[in-house]
Ligand binder design. Structure first.
Ligand code: ARG
Length: 569
């Protein structure tokens, strides 16, 4: 597609000696399209040129020559030079691109040959897969799709919490009360109860806590009894987690969890020793980070056990070597900001090429609050994700039952709507914000929700079904979709590729969810304003094709977020 912004930048560059790339960054999209499609703010030039910004804007307007087939009008408002895209060019560009790329509309090859490692989901073995992990799974899964769509190669890693002192605790609990609990039939719930109980005991009795620590040390040293228990905990937990992944449609390329690094931490310690920065402190081995204003990174505990941080360091070595990554992302709640700042700092001491250690990114997100407080395992206030997802499906089913009782495939539609609603909700605000989980908002078909976007998509489908054909692009008279509502849609469609790129640049899938809402609302206005199926075949063809474009992009955008579209609802 023609890049209008670039064309403008090119011409301003010729007229002013300013750098074209820099200009592209200056050029803005005005918040209100009555003020043009692009605006060049002249304020930055005022000092250098010793002229008032409106005068500069006028001067530039006087000298630059823009092809009127691309930009139909320029005007000066305040210190801005505003540009108006030629509508016909816009329509032609979007429709032809759509005709060529279809579901791939908006995709790109900018990432070709580059690997992006995405570490997400990562629930903890023997603990419920709760609503807190949902965000990681959903955000990470969306980023995975978004990068692939831009030509990168995403590698999804589920860095399972399958190691650490908590296993020492579980082993201790099992030793003490194993027979009291029905682990085989109801593994996660029973293990959770045991975990809560042993934690309580640890708080009361230091000796028990030490016994737990010893168990973990034994596990690390390969003790057969501890290993066998651990393997079983891991197996039964994974079986449970997979039910959730099944519902969400999550995929991973690697399931290497923390335990995978148990034999790879020696190298980390050796490398750190060589730097002379690894020191003893109160029996533990640490890397001080005072100069970075951070608490020290603990590499080895007092009893010789390794830490979460050391396993992450080993994982960085492994991932750099195995995946030669262009970027490595870690999707967890903001509670781990300090952890990743420490780990990324210490990673610089491992002797890796800086192209790796300069490209580690923590992608933090806010907490999920249920209306009745925070979700936690240790206090026992648990909402299991599997239950939550199933509840959403059954609530969606009730709504469908009420609104459209004769719908075919109700089960399948309810699943798409119920899961889509949860995913969309998780991605609908900037990720760092805390999220209040509220059923009424999530499943509101008229709100800014997943079901609303699905509903608009279904509407585009049913219009096309009703017409019974998709017109050929050669038959379309572009002038017939130059009304206000159509142009609003076309501008959004035109921006889709940029929207996806921004979402990747900022690791922020909510940019795409916002876009989907805007596009849905724009279509809704169009639909309310214009009949699509009309007597005038030419008008009908043009409007049908536009409808098809909207449906296609809604579906692609939703798919990037991990949401499937029903054909009817
Ligand atoms: N299992 C951890 C948790 O539930 C998240 C792991 C994130 N990934 C990592 N490489 N540390 O908090």
């Amino acid at each position: 597609m023609i890049n209008f912004k670039q064309e403008i930048a090119k011409e301003i560059a010729k007229a002013t000696n300013l750098n074209e790339k820099e200009l592209e960054n200056y050029i803005e999209i005005p918040p209100d399209s009555n003020m043009g499609d692009y605006a060049f703010p002249c304020f930055k030039l005022a000092k250098e040129l010793r002229k008032a910004p409106p005068m500069i804007a006028n001067d530039i307007k006087g000298i630059i020559k823009l092809d009127s087939n691309l930009i139909e009008k320029m005007d000066v408002v305040g210190g801005y030079l505003n540009f108006y895209i030629n509508k016909k060019a816009l329509i032609k560009e979007v429709l032809e691109e759509m005709n060529k790329k279809k579901e791939e509309f908006g995709s790109s090859t900018i990432g070709e040959g580059k690997n992006i490692v995405i570490d997400y989901s990562a629930p903890n073995i023997a603990k419920p897969f709760h609503i807190g992990h949902l965000r990681s799974t959903v955000i990470g899964g969306a980023l995975y799709n978004i990068y692939n769509f831009l030509g990168y190669h995403s590698i999804g890693i589920n860095h399972l919490g399958d190691y650490g002192t908590q296993f020492g605790k579980l082993i201790e609990a099992y030793k003490r009360w194993g027979t009291e609990y029905d682990i085989d039939n109801n593994p996660i719930d029973e293990l959770t109860k045991m975990y809560i109980r042993i934690n309580q005991l640890c708080k009361e009795d230091e000796d028990v806590l030490n016994a737990c620590r010893d168990n973990f040390k034994k596990l690390e040293d390969g003790d057969p009894y501890c290993t066998e228990l651990w393997e079983n905990f891991r197996k039964v937990s994974l079986e449970e987690f997979k039910k959730v992944y099944e519902l969400l449609g999550s995929k991973f390329d690697s399931w290497n969890g923390e335990a995978f690094y148990s034999d790879k931490m020696g190298e980390v310690v050796e490398l750190l020793e060589k730097t002379g920065k690894l020191i003893e402190s109160e029996g533990a081995r640490i890397i001080p980070l005072d100069d970075k204003n951070m608490a020290p990174c603990i590499i080895g505990k007092t009893n010789g056990s390794t830490t979460y941080a050391t396993r992450d360091l080993a994982a960085i070595l492994y991932r750099a070597r195995t995946y030669d990554f262009y970027k490595a992302l870690y999707v967890t709640s903001y509670e781990q900001i300090l952890h990743f700042s420490q780990v990324f700092e210490v990673a610089k001491l491992l002797g890796l090429d800086p192209k790796y250690t300069d490209n580690l990114y923590h992608v933090p997100f806010g907490m999920v609050q249920l209306k009745n407080g925070k979700v936690s395992t240790r206090e026992g206030n648990i909402i299991k994700l599997e239950d939550l997802l199933n509840e959403s499906i059954s609530r969606a089913k009730e709504i469908i039952e009420e609104k459209n009782p004769n719908l075919e495939n109700k089960e399948d539609v309810a699943k798409k709507v119920g899961i889509g609603a949860i995913i969309f909700n998780d991605l609908s605000n900037s990720r760092i914000k805390d999220e209040i989980f509220d059923w009424d908002t999530i499943l509101n078909f008229n709100g800014e929700t997943g079901p609303y976007v699905q509903y608009i998509y279904v509407r585009t489908k049913s219009v096309l079904d009703k017409a019974g054909y998709l017109p050929k692009i050669e038959e379309i008279d572009f002038d017939l979709i130059s009304d206000k509502e159509s142009i609003a849609i076309l501008k959004l469609l035109y921006s889709f590729g940029d929207v996806v790129k921004q979402a990747a640049d900022k690791n922020e899938p909510s940019i795409i969810s916002r876009f989907l809402i805007d596009l849905s609302q724009a279509f809704s206005s169009f639909y309310n304003e214009h009949h699509i199926i009309v007597d005038d075949k030419k008008v009908q063809d043009a409007r049908l094709y536009l409808t098809y474009c909207v449906g296609t992009v809604l579906k692609t955008g939703a798919k990037l977020l991990g949401i499937s579209m029903p054909d009817r609802m």
